[in-house]
Each structure stands twice: as C-alpha cells, then as structure tokens.
Write a protein that binds this ligand. Structure first.
Ligand code: ADP
Ligand code: F6P
Length: 345
C-alpha cells in the first residue's frame, strides 16, 4: 500500500530543528571513535554529522578517541567533510586506547575543554570500555551517548554491534578459501577467528562454513569428546577434510593442530586470521545499522538527554541508561550452538 507519509516526515525533521532553535543558543556536539576500530564506524560518524547539522547543530570531529579531547585535537565538520566515507573501513577520526582518560582529573579536563569550545554533547562510538569513558564524561557535565562499534558483538545490552556483520563475512570468505586447500589435501584446518571474550564470530562463521567443531570461550570443551571424536565420527561417514573454528579467547590453534596430527594421523594446519577481520568495506547491514544508531544518538542529544547507549533490541533501535547497560551480562546463544553441533556431522 502506498502511504502518504512524506509530509509527516518533513514536518518531523523540521520539528527536530525547531526544538534545537528554541533553546536559544545553537547546540554544538562532537563525535569520536574509541577502542578497536570496526567497519561501519565511518558510516556512524557520517550519520552523526549529517543528522546533527540537519537539526541545526554544529558538529565537531574529535581525533584519536578521548585523547583528542585532552589534546584539543578537534575540527568542525560540514556536510561534505563526511562525503564518500560510508563505504570505507577503519575510522577517519582515527581511534586510540587512552589510559590518560581513565584518570578523573583528565575527565574533568576534557569536560572543561568541551565547555570552552561550546560542545555540550558527545557521541562515543566504541565498545564497553569506551562507554565507561562516556559515563565518566557525562558525570563531569558533558552529555554523552554511546554507539556500539566493535567487531566482536560482545556488548551485552545490544543484540548487534556495528562491524560484526562485515567481520563475520570476511572470516567466512577466508575460511571458504582455507576449505578449498584443506579439501584438496584431505587435511584438517584449524582457524582462529577474533573474539577474546565472545564466541559470536566463531559460532556464526563455523556454522556458515560447515565446521566439524567450533570452540568458543563461553563453552567449556573437552578436546577428546568435542574435537577428536567429532572428527572420527564424521570420518566414518566418509568425510576426508575437516574445519575446526576456534575463537581467539580459546586460542592454542597451533598446539591443537599438532595434537590432531599426532592423535589421528591426519595432516593439520593452523591459521590465525587476525586483523584482516577488522578491515574492509562495511557490509550493507553495518552501513544501515550504523546510520540508524548515529541518527538516534543525535536525536537524544538534541533533546538534552545524555548517559545513554544506543542499542538494538528485538531488531529495533532504542536506548538504555549507560549504568544499566554496563551492568548487563552477555548471554551466549546456546540454541544456535546446539544447531551447529546437530548439523555439522
Ligand atoms: P572498547 O571501547 O573497544 O571496549 P577499551 O576497553 O580499550 O575499548 O576502551 C577504550 C577507551 O575507553 C580506553 O582506552 C579509555 O580511554 C576509555 N575507558 C575505558 N575504561 C574506562 C573507564 N573505566 N573510565 C574512563 N575511561 C575509560
Ligand atoms: O575488540 C575487537 C578486537 O578485534 C578483539 O576481537 C581482539 O581481541 C582485540 O580487538 C584486538 O585488539 P588490538 O589488536 O587492537 O589490541
């Protein structure tokens, strides 16, 4: 059904701008990327800049995470400053892990710097460490909104983090290639994918590549039962090459390869995919979710709201209090793990 909604959408956008103008002085916000980079961070930055300017705000880019607030490394961005970045991996604002910013006096210093240039809100794109920083900066008087950007999908409060889809698809392509050579040599390939505390990349990649065994940090495993026996069982049914996907947090892929060779007499090779998973052009999903989350973050700041994290819940974009978000415990998808175990035979 065709709907007559265009006028309502235009009115709603004008309403957002009016709210900002009503406050008397023009709002200024800033955006930074922090922690590990993730594909889609640029799309989120672009959304923040465009939505902010469209709502009548000035928008600053802060360089190298929280360090930029401590060093005064900021630049006012315009609509064209973020042209042609939606499809780029990495982050044009650079990123950093700033130990300095963990000190209270530096958080006060960063807040003071924001006030000195008229910045009254900051969008922080990063992982849960970055959200702790956002909470501290809000406590120091500058409203902050977190946007989940990390390839690991390890943020408890959100079903999805920007970068996850691209990283999984990169891992998928790499394991497919490894499978070609494993198949040609009747070998077992053990592939380590990223994820220190979270096995989501391993689980999804393992399912999508037909891995015989998937090892994740959330599930305690027994090498004989969960690797050796699974290989033997599938070997009995005629399988001659095997893929084992291991999350970084489990590690030990080289030792595992040696053990499989000695124990089963099957040639085995270990590959650590590493940072290849962090780069590359973001997928459609990462670009769209990043755009939605960036827009949502700016809408909150425009209403004078801070100390929130933008999240995906039930497939919808919404927001949560940062304290509540940081207190949540991540739940691993054990049902999906069961699916993997049932069909990789
Ligand atoms: P991620 O955001 O990907 O989880 P980190 O844990 O490395 O990455 O955190 C990124 C940055 O966030 C840190 O280098 C630091 O600047 C800031 N940060 C992390 N934890 C805190 C904290 N407790 N208080 C203030 N800032 C923090
Ligand atoms: O959080 C993303 C991530 O890529 C993890 O999967 C990995 O453990 C970590 O960052 C590596 O971080 P870096 O190499 O940047 O120190």
């Amino acid at each position: 059904m065709v709907q007559n909604v265009m006028e309502d959408i235009i009115k709603a956008i004008e309403e957002d701008r009016r709210k900002n103008q009503e406050s008397g002085e023009q709002k200024a916000i800033a955006v930074l990327t922090s922690g590990g980079d993730a594909p889609g961070m640029n799309a989120a930055v672009r959304a923040v800049v465009r939505a902010g300017i469209n709502m009548g705000m000035r928008v600053y880019g802060v360089y190298r995470g929280y360090n930029g607030l401590l060093n005064g490394d900021i630049k006012e961005l315009n609509l064209r400053s973020v042209s042609d970045i939606i499809g780029n991996g990495g982050t044009k604002l650079f990123t950093a892990r700033s130990e300095e910013f963990k000190k209270k006096e530096n958080q006060e210093k960063a807040a003071e710097f924001c006030r000195s240039v008229g910045i009254n809100g900051v969008v922080v794109i990063g992982g849960d460490g970055s959200f702790r920083g956002a909470r501290a900066l809000t406590a120091a008087g500058i409203n902050c909104i977190g946007v989940p950007g990390t390839i690991d999908n390890d943020i408890a409060c959100s079903e999805y983090t920007v970068g996850f889809d691209t990283a999984m698809n990169t891992a998928l392509q790499m394991v497919d290639r490894i499978r070609d050579t494993a198949q040609s040599h009747d070998r077992c390939s053990i592939v380590e994918v990223m994820g220190r505390r979270c096995g989501d990349i391993a689980l999804q990649t393992g399912i999508a590549t037909g891995a015989t065994a998937i090892l994740v940090p959330e599930v305690r495993y027994n090498i004989e039962r969960d690797v050796i026996q699974r290989i033997l069982d599938t070997q009995k049914t005629g399988k001659q090459h095997f893929i084992v996907v291991v999350a970084e947090g489990v590690g030990g892929v080289r030792d595992l390869a040696k053990y499989i060779e000695q124990r089963l007499g099957i040639e085995a090779r270990a590959t650590i995919l590493g940072h290849v998973q962090r780069g590359g052009s973001p997928t459609l999903r990462d670009r769209v979710v990043a755009s939605q989350m960036g827009y949502h973050a700016v809408s909150l700041l425009n209403k004078g709201i801070g100390n929130r994290v933008v999240v995906m819940q039930g497939g919808k974009i919404t927001d949560l209090d940062i304290n509540e978000a940081l207190d949540m415990e991540r739940v691993f998808d054990f049902n999906l793990y069961k699916v993997a175990m049932s069909i990789s035979i």
